[in-house]
Design a protein around this ligand. Structure first.
Ligand SMILES: [Fe+2]
Ligand SMILES: [Fe+2]
Length: 177
């Protein structure tokens, strides 16, 4: 699917942090086949740890400068924190636990975020584009290979659309440089 179509698809990426009501939380997947559950668990663990890395990248790319880039970085950080919450909620709904070694991804996010910030604005934007492109590919693979339940699939698809939106934003800012 061309990138523009996906962005203009059924997901509103201008909603940075979708609302969750009390009744949206569910106990899930307890009657699923073990193999299906195992693949969902693997997918959620991957996405959960990657989102921790992503939120840290943007957090450490932020500066105190009064500019649009920082405003977009704050929104992107919030969006990644939301993705992180989304997958943590889904892990527990399915009866799984997060990866206890995810702090390693926190470190990787710090290295990419702080490292690119030291190298300047172009490096900040290029790092965002590179990491998000990898993320979109990863999301596509997990959407294709895992038999998600419909509600979880919609969360994964919305979050993938958000990552696509981040790529477009950073490309736009980079083109203006
Ligand atoms: Fe994300
Ligand atoms: Fe993103």
């Amino acid at each position: 699917m061309p990138q523009e179509d996906k962005e203009q698809g059924s997901y509103d990426i201008s909603i940075v942090r979708p609302q969750m009501r009390a009744e949206d939380f569910k106990i899930r997947g307890r009657d699923m086949e073990p193999a299906r559950r195992a693949s969902i668990r693997k997918g959620l663990l991957t996405l959960h740890t990657l989102e921790l890395m992503a939120s840290n990248i943007y957090k450490f790319q932020l500066t105190a400068e009064n500019c649009d880039r920082n405003r977009y970085l704050i929104a992107a950080m919030c969006n990644e924190m939301t993705h992180y919450q989304d997958f943590q909620i889904k892990l527990y709904e399915f009866g799984f636990k997060p990866n206890p070694f995810r702090w390693a991804f926190w470190m990787v996010g710090f290295v990419f975020g702080f490292g690119s910030r030291m190298l300047g604005v172009k490096a900040i934007l290029k790092t965002g584009i590179w990491v998000e492109s990898k993320a979109v590919e990863h999301y596509a693979e997990l959407l294709e290979t895992i038999d998600w339940d419909d509600e979880t699939r919609r969360v994964v698809e919305k979050n993938q659309a958000d990552e696509d939106g981040h790529i477009s934003r950073w490309r736009q800012l980079l083109a203006a440089k």
